[in-house]
Ligand binder design. Structure first.
Ligand SMILES: [Ca+2]
Ligand SMILES: [Ca+2]
Ligand SMILES: [Ca+2]
Length: 353
């Protein structure tokens, strides 16, 4: 059995941006590290890229090391294994792991999980998410090379980002073979200081309030917007926002008041992007955390839960310049939702005379 939860103590270096003007975001507090998922920093005994929440606000993670699907009750920090993703034989290789990436619940409470090594989206049926008899993930959708992030539209159709392939795939509510729905042009960028070539152009996915699909372009440092016609066809992707502070943007999520957040992995940074496309750095820290190559964010009520993958890259290199040994490693950090717009001031009509 895994040892009980390791909670963080206080004493973290925090860098918070707290300003409000125009349509910029405002927060009401600071990020708070809440859960260290692995052992010693850099042990990487747990590796997670994505995080999602069920209708009760419980959190779900997919561990790349074990293939376990973990459920965490954020109110008690109780952690349970509720399903597993069996390794496979692929192309003559035994023991190929699923490397779970994006995770999402469908309207029926089934858990969908993107797997790039399998080029599939896997599904664990709601009834099989059970800590007493953990279920197994099964194939839901196929033909999704580079599968990374997931989004569902109002009709229950599933969208899958394809990482460096640039493809956005779509499959109907019944699953099966996916089709290419849209495509982001290839691009690569040398990431300082070691010149690692980043070529992931289709990463985080989320629908905006108008039903357009937003795509995080990690390589360009951009967010694309894809409008969807009434016939279900994609319009040509439009580069909606681009900024150096978005270089490394990975998971996307909307907060309680409709502000878009992005986890910017290589810069140990969280950003917000307003409806008018204004990108703003909200939190950023050095290699000691609390953000350590953050890759995904999900909001439950007024709290955002950020997961740290802790890869050794750019601002997450430890002081040794080679590893990610600074900080605590794989972990979850909470951030506060932005505040709603203040209500309009009551009009003084001068007393009615
Ligand atoms: Ca750790
Ligand atoms: Ca991702
Ligand atoms: Ca680290």
């Amino acid at each position: 059995m895994k040892e009980p939860m390791r909670r963080f103590s206080c004493g973290w270096l925090l860098v918070g941006a707290l300003c409000a003007c125009g349509d910029e975001a405002d927060t009401v507090g600071e990020p708070l590290p809440v859960l260290d998922l692995d052992g010693a920093s850099g042990a990487a005994t747990v590796v997670v890229e994505s995080i999602t929440a069920d209708a009760d606000g419980k959190l779900y993670l997919g561990d790349r090391v074990t293939g376990n699907v973990l459920r965490i009750d954020p109110s008690t920090s109780v952690e349970a294994r509720v399903a597993s993703i069996p390794a496979r034989s692929i192309g003559g290789m035994d023991g190929v792991k699923a490397d779970p990436a994006g995770m999402l619940f469908d309207a029926q409470g089934n858990l969908l999980i993107a797997s790039a090594p399998f080029s599939e989206v896997l599904r664990v049926n709601a009834a099989n998410l059970d800590p007493n008899t953990p279920g197994q993930a099964e194939t839901f959708a196929s033909g999704v090379a580079g599968a990374n992030s997931l989004a569902l539209d109002a009709a229950g159709r599933l969208y899958v980002s394809g990482g460096a392939s640039g493809n956005i795939y779509r499959v109907g509510a019944e699953g099966g073979a996916a089709e290419v729905f849209a495509h982001i042009e290839a691009f690569s960028r040398a990431v300082p200081p070691d010149g690692f070539m980043m070529n992931v152009v289709a990463n985080g996915l989320v629908f905006d309030a108008n039903g357009a699909l937003l795509v995080a372009d990690t390589a360009r440092g951009a967010i694309w917007k894809i409008a969807i016609g009434s016939d279900g066809a994609a319009a040509a992707p439009v580069q909606w926002v681009t900024s150096p502070i978005l270089e490394g943007i990975d998971g996307l999520g909307f907060d309680a008041v409709g502000m878009l957040w992005g986890a910017v992995n290589e810069q140990n940074e969280l950003v917000t992007i307003s409806a008018s496309g204004n990108a703003q750095r909200m939190f950023k820290n050095d290699s000691n955390g609390p953000f350590e190559y953050p890759t995904a964010i999900v909001f439950v009520g007024t709290l955002g839960y950020v997961v740290n993958l802790d890869r050794a890259r750019r601002d997450n290199f430890a002081a040794d310049g080679m590893t990610s040994l600074d900080g605590v490693g794989a972990s979850i950090v909470t951030v506060p939702s932005t505040k709603p717009e203040p209500p309009p001031q009551p009009v003084n009509n001068g007393g009615g005379y």
